[in-house]
Design a protein around this ligand. Structure first.
Ligand code: ADP
Length: 346
């Protein structure tokens, strides 16, 4: 029960939206296609669904080429950003739609609808009109509708993007639980790395129509395959470093790196919170720490962002908690937070 895509290319006239992509999703696996807007994620998902013509390559299920299989015969479920529910039907009418198409009798439909609504946290909503639901509830109904006929693959295209941040985080956790509990094999498109990491066990990072890395969430976050992946995942600055025995040494100081990073030259990708600052007058400095002078301070929601001038390096963004924020002009010591540092090949 595996989806495999080989050498898939999709064009819109002159635009190569998907370029020779290979990927596979094993039974029960959840793969996220993650990348910036316009990189070809939706096109790839739509080609898997059978909604876009394939210029080259193959989409196979269990080794069988689906080229001749139309959308409705692929037994794939689809969930889009804006639910696309039937506005004139009740919640139950929406969820039962695929079951009705498959010829399930009424008792079976009703039982399955109740089961699905329970699963997505909307038990008892059968008779509600979908136009009376919040955006989050509508997406839950869309998910229940897609899962009701037990699709062999669920395709989700930015399923949470239309919701506001807090609701999105909650629904992502719920969606991950539903996918796990039902053992659903899924391909999910998102531009949001938090969402990808919450939902997926494998993340495929895309850029300009190509997949640049496929790995587990933690590996993608800590060991991005190249500079483009690192920058997309928030590493705004790269510095050279040398690894020895699990420690990387750079002009900005020393930091622990994952144990499987071999000794030798690497680059460190620094995220916004990677460089931490302590006041130089607070003792305990070591010769492996960098130091600098505070040039500017900006208060943010949960920390203070500093611009620090470091000799031989230049201006460096750093962060510090509200308590004891150093003054402009003060000397500070820098430390690197291993959780906010990625390691790239040198
Ligand atoms: P993503 O989902 O990553 O935002 P898309 O797959 O929607 O990216 O788009 C990939 C590229 O294909 C973009 O350059 C986009 O402008 C182009 N594109 C998408 N859909 C069409 C279309 N129907 N006609 C022409 N170009 C399209």
């Amino acid at each position: 029960m595996t989806l495999t895509v080989r050498g898939l290319t999709v064009r819109y006239g002159e635009v190569l939206a998907v370029r020779s992509v290979d990927l596979s999703v094993p039974d029960g696996g959840v793969l996220a296609l993650l990348g910036p807007s316009g990189c070809g994620k939706s096109t790839l998902l739509r080609a898997v669904a059978g909604l876009e013509a394939v210029a080259r390559g193959r989409v196979c299920w269990d080794g069988v080429d689906l080229a001749g299989t139309p959308v409705h015969r692929r037994a794939f479920g689809l969930v889009f950003q804006d639910g696309q529910l039937f506005p004139h039907r009740t919640v139950a009418g929406n969820v039962a739609f695929g079951l009705r198409m498959a010829g399930a009798d009424r008792a079976v439909r009703d039982a399955r609808v109740a089961e699905l609504l329970e699963l997505v946290g909307l038990a008892g909503y059968e008779r509600r009109r979908v136009t009376q639901l919040s955006g989050g509830e509508q997406q839950r109904v869309a998910l229940a509708r897609a899962l009701a006929p037990r699709p062999r693959l669920l395709l989700l295209d930015e399923p949470l993007s239309a919701l506001d941040r807090e609701l999105r985080d909650q629904l992502a956790v719920d969606l991950a639980r539903v996918l796990t509990e039902t053992g659903t094999t899924a391909l999910v498109v998102t531009h949001d790395h938090d969402e990808a990491f919450t939902l997926a066990d494998q993340v495929a990072v895309m850029s300009e129509g190509q997949i640049r890395q496929v790995d587990g969430p933690e590996r993608v976050w800590r060991r991005p395959a190249d500079e483009r992946v690192a920058r997309f995942l928030g590493c705004s600055r790269l510095v050279s470093a040398t690894v020895r025995d699990g420690w990387a040494e750079s002009v900005l100081g020393r930091v622990r790196v994952p144990g499987d990073v071999p000794d030798g030259a690497v680059r460190l990708g620094l995220r916004a919170s990677a460089v931490r600052v302590t006041r130089a007058d607070r003792g305990g400095g070591t010769d492996v720490e960098a130091s600098g002078e505070v040039l500017r301070r900006v208060h943010q929601r949960d920390h203070v962002r500093l611009l620090v001038r470091v000799a031989d390096v230049g201006e460096v963004q750093a962060s510090t908690p509200f308590a004891g924020v150093p003054e402009v002009g003060e000397r500070v010591r820098l430390t690197l937070d291993p959780d906010a540092v990625a390691v790239l090949a040198g």
